[in-house]
Design a protein around this ligand. Sequence first.
Ligand SMILES: [Zn+2]
Length: 349
Amino acid sequence: MKNSKKLLRITFLLSLILFSCESDIEEGLLETGITSVNELEATLAAEQLGFEGPEVSKVLFGTKIKVVSLGEGNYALGDMILSEDDFDHGDKQNKGVWYKDKKWPDNIIRYRHSSKMPKKTQEKIKSAAKHITDKTNLTIRKWDKTKDKDIGYVWISYKSGCSAQVGYQAKKFPGQKMNISTSCSLGSTIHEFLHAAGVLHEQAHWNRDDYITVNWDNIIKNRQHNFKKYKKEELTTHSDAMDLNSIMMYGSTYFRTDKAKKEGKWSIETIDGKEIIPNRSYMTANDIDVINKVYKKPSFCSASKWSSSKTYSKGEIVSYKGYKYKSRAFIYAVAPDKSWWWEQIEKCN
Ligand SMILES: [Zn+2]
């Protein structure tokens, strides 16, 4: 008990350092899986693990870029794994943070992993999936062999780093790739799931030069592609303003050269010269907004139907006769439309 209190306090302090001007502090606190500064550093390092391999030139959003060839038609761009289809071919040009044909059908991302995956990593993935599912119109859940036999999924390997393929790749077996090692935090796991959903890094925002300075000289040469920005018409964004606290935003220490590190210089900084500390704990309102812009609310109640034989704890949500209800207390066998104990939240379409 004493220990868990201490853990909570460390988390709290760390969260205060990270998000001192955020109204979402409590939320971040509850959600963050990071419990120490060392762990934060480890997780950020894991996210920056470069892929080894020969560099090749490709065209993405009309711009020539260098990517690392991973073989079998896969290429790495930072922690994003791209396939041949993702690049521009002839007159076909990809548009945006959201590739139009890379949206997951039915607002569902299913995932699978080896049963040998460490339990702690499995739990982390489950929590990340829940965080996104609870807050957006997108559902992320485990692939079910009885229901989902012919449906594509994300195969999560736990061997190294934190990385993911961007958007729906429509492959069935062996699924599209995602890597979540033991050193990825819960926040980095959420970050990778958002790549899988189709989201790029926040520093790609077309308006980013009004918010940050990119110090090209301080960035490792073959990592400069991670700081590319895109044109307005190429992106679906949450707003015209960039969100420095986005879970998809890089920090000032990302991909800087050894020389810059020694001299205390940053790869990117705010326009007024301040350090950018990456949020890797929770999705901001903007992160939620950009997901919901693409994954529109389904035209039915996503909550499960109320059942007279189930008990419900406080805060649980059910659908009943075309409405969504939230329980105000522990409830058993009380129909939602007949009692104050159920709060009507919204009408289902
Ligand atoms: Zn990333």
